[in-house]
Write a protein that binds this ligand. Structure first.
Ligand SMILES: [Zn+2]
Length: 262
């Protein structure tokens, strides 16, 4: 029974292998297959759609999706479906669920002054997904049989518990400093390849840090999940310097137009 359940994901992983191997890419070291992760993510995203206020403005959603897809196309997971959402929530936050689901709060869009600042924080979240950080945390906390029962739809309560933990900024949502550095480093590379100025990430995080000093409540959730310190900002800055000429600010009139709609 169990071997039958795991056979399909193994075959899929073999098929996907060429996308990830050796390209500085898909986070490994997880016994949850990519297919299982995407299945879990789909179940969680369906719950989020019921429990959160997702923004339905077609222009805003299309723009945010276009930024996300431009970055996603540069990752070793480009052949896997990613989904991008805007949550109507004034708090400044962005978060990821396993299986390529990336959420940006309207409050974050209000604080992201330019397109490359929005792209910067989205590249960071996309990178958490590419490195499979969330699913690895879930795996540390849950046995494979519990995860298997969730995937079979036999354990909806446990799925809710995991999701609630992530949404509340609980242990499953809190990234280690190592995870943060990996997401920053991968994200800066994807930004440059996608034609966004990587300084957008630097500017966004500098702004979040200064917001935290003035009004900590507004950015509390982001800081809970993603420990952001001056040291981390310095690391990002020196990495950008090592990247050489990254060009000027990337802003887009389309971004300013949709931003006014938030
Ligand atoms: Zn992070």
């Amino acid at each position: 029974m169990k071997s039958r359940h795991f056979l399909v994901p193994i075959l899929l992983l073999v098929a996907l292998g060429s996308a990830g191997c050796g390209s500085g890419g898909i986070g490994s070291g997880s016994s949850i297959s990519i297919e299982q992760e995407w299945q879990l993510g789909q179940q969680m995203a369906a719950q989020v759609a019921q429990q959160s206020q997702l923004n339905t403005d077609p222009q805003l959603n299309a723009y945010v999706r276009s930024v996300g897809e431009r970055i996603h196309a540069q990752t070793p997971m480009a052949n896997l479906p990613f989904h991008f959402y805007v949550v109507n929530d004034p708090s400044v936050n962005a978060f990821s669920l396993p299986g390529g689901h990336v959420y940006v709060n309207s409050g974050l869009i209000q604080q992201a002054d330019t397109a490359d600042m929005l792209a910067g924080v989205m590249a960071h979240e996309i990178s958490h997904n590419v490195a499979r950080h969330v699913v690895k945390k879930i795996e540390q906390e849950q046995t494979i049989s519990v995860i298997g029962s969730i995937l079979l739809g036999q354990n909806p309560n446990q799925m809710q518990t995991i999701l609630a933990n992530i949404l509340a900024g609980g242990a499953l949502a809190r990234f280690s400093r190592g995870d943060e550095k990996e997401a920053d480093d991968l994200g800066l590379g994807y930004l440059a390849k996608a034609g966004y100025n990587p300084n957008g990430m630097l500017k966004m995080f500098q702004k979040l840090l200064s917001l935290e000093k003035g009004s900590p409540n507004a950015v509390e959730k982001f800081f809970l999940d993603h420990p952001l310190t001056q040291d981390r900002i310095n690391d990002i800055s020196s990495r950008i310097q090592r990247m050489g000429n990254v060009g000027g600010t990337t802003d887009e009139p389309e971004y300013q137009a949709v931003r006014r709609r938030v």
